[in-house]
Design a protein around this ligand. Structure first.
Ligand SMILES: O=P(O)(O)OC[C@@]1(O)O[C@H](CO)[C@@H](O)[C@@H]1O
Length: 391
């Protein structure tokens, strides 16, 4: 069975995560972004119109003067004119963020050009008071073996994915918090550590969120380079703001500044990463496909070639997972390897569970989770996570 044989996730089922995203998360997001910027009436009206369109109107194309209008006309040919809730969730949410940037003039020459509408949320996270304590904990990894430290930092990068800002928007306080009780529903840690410690070639890390998650990713990247576990690391970032907190190059710079501000162990990481960037061992990359509305099955040849040249590709986060296995209604017991047989390199998926798509689980574990009243929202509340590897 391939992803094409399985029904895609749509947004038209009340009570589903996708329904919640359109009816709770996006309205709250638009309120927050509007309140945080001195936008002119046109921007505010465009944001409100976008929200109304997503809830009650048909999907409309980009404005005629958008530079990527022709591209999206092709990508949206099957979806324009239909309800946003009836087209594949993966496509619709990706297009929503493209339209969001259009509404706030991100791509329009003028005073708002290039201003990340989500920057204030990302900055608040990097400024949060308890971040210093998290960075202090880096001292505790100093005495570990290389393999032990790889495990700890791999798990740090995994749980860093809880920090997704979009995920927190529109979630009622009663829905439970993300906490240390979280655990792994699939745990290929040993295979992941083995894949990451070959000592040869390029590790390709496809980042997800800025802020805490990217900090944790950078700590892992530094370890791989400093311990000689990878010759080179390529950090893949989004070409422009996306899904609220997805990391761009601007966010990388902010994270390196935060690390450099200390404590000393963090500052040392920032210094080593700058050196690694300067001598070419740490490379930063991006690709238009990272903001395209498709699963990795449709990745272009040049991106596939980039992955194929890597010793391993680490894909971070929930959205990358949906794109990797296909955003469709897989039976949970579908073998992970079957869903990624097309992927051109060894792949490690690190993801906290924030959407309904999941594969590679033992049916007995699924039944236990489904029957556990404390785990009522295990598929979507970010308290559970997985590490899955296809060597
Ligand atoms: O990829 P990330 O940052 O881990 O999560 C992205 C996310 O917050 O957005 C989607 C719904 O809006 C879900 O896939 C997931 O909950």
């Amino acid at each position: 069975m391939s992803a094409a044989d399985v029904a895609p996730v749509l947004s038209n089922s009340p009570g589903s995560l996708a329904w919640h995203v359109w009816h709770e998360r996006h309205p709250a997001l638009i309120d927050q972004v509007a309140a945080a910027h001195p936008y002119p009436p046109g921007h505010l009206a465009a944001l409100r119109a976008l929200l109304a369109e997503t809830l009650t109107g048909p999907v409309r194309p980009l404005p005629p003067d958008a530079a990527d209008r022709a591209t999206w006309d092709g990508w949206g040919a099957d979806h324009f004119g239909r309800s946003w809730l009836d087209v594949p969730f993966l496509w619709a949410e990706s297009y929503f963020y493209r339209r969001f940037l259009d509404a706030v003039g991100y791509f329009t020459p003028g005073p708002w050009s290039g201003l990340d509408p989500f920057a204030f949320l990302k900055a608040a996270e990097l400024d949060s008071a308890d971040l210093g304590q998290d960075l202090d904990a880096l001292d505790g990894t100093a005495g570990l073996t290389v393999e032990g430290k790889t495990r700890v930092l791999l798990h740090g990068a995994l749980w860093g994915n809880q920090a997704d800002l979009g995920f927190r928007i529109g979630v009622a306080a009663t829905s439970g918090t993300v906490g240390p009780s979280a655990h792994l529903v699939a745990d290929d840690t040993t295979a992941a550590v083995s894949a990451l410690t070959t000592g040869t070639g390029t590790v390709c890390l496809v980042a997800d969120n800025a802020g805490r998650e990217l900090l944790a990713d950078l700590v892992l990247v530094d370890h791989l380079l400093a311990a000689g576990l990878a010759e080179r690391v390529t950090l893949h970032l989004k070409p422009h703001p996306y899904y609220v907190s997805d990391a761009t190059t601007t966010d990388l710079v902010a994270c390196l500044r935060r690390l450099a501000a200390g404590p000393p162990a963090a500052a040392g990481i920032a210094a080593r990463l700058r050196t690694a960037a300067a001598d070419g061992r740490l490379d930063v990359a991006t690709h238009w496909f990272y903001c395209a509305p498709y699963p990795y099955h449709r990745m272009p040849d040049d991106l596939a070639d980039t992955y194929a040249a890597a010793s391993v590709v680490v894909l971070k986060g929930d959205l990358n997972y949906r794109r990797l296995v296909g955003d469709c209604r897989w039976p949970e017991s579908t073998p992970f390897a079957d869903t990624v047989d097309y992927f051109p390199a060894p792949v490690v998926a690190l993801r906290t569970l924030k959407s309904d798509v999941v594969v590679g689980l033992d049916p007995a574990d699924v039944a236990a989770l489904d029957g556990d009243p404390d785990a009522a929202r295990w598929r979507v509340d970010g308290r559970y996570a997985l590490i899955q590897v296809r060597p």
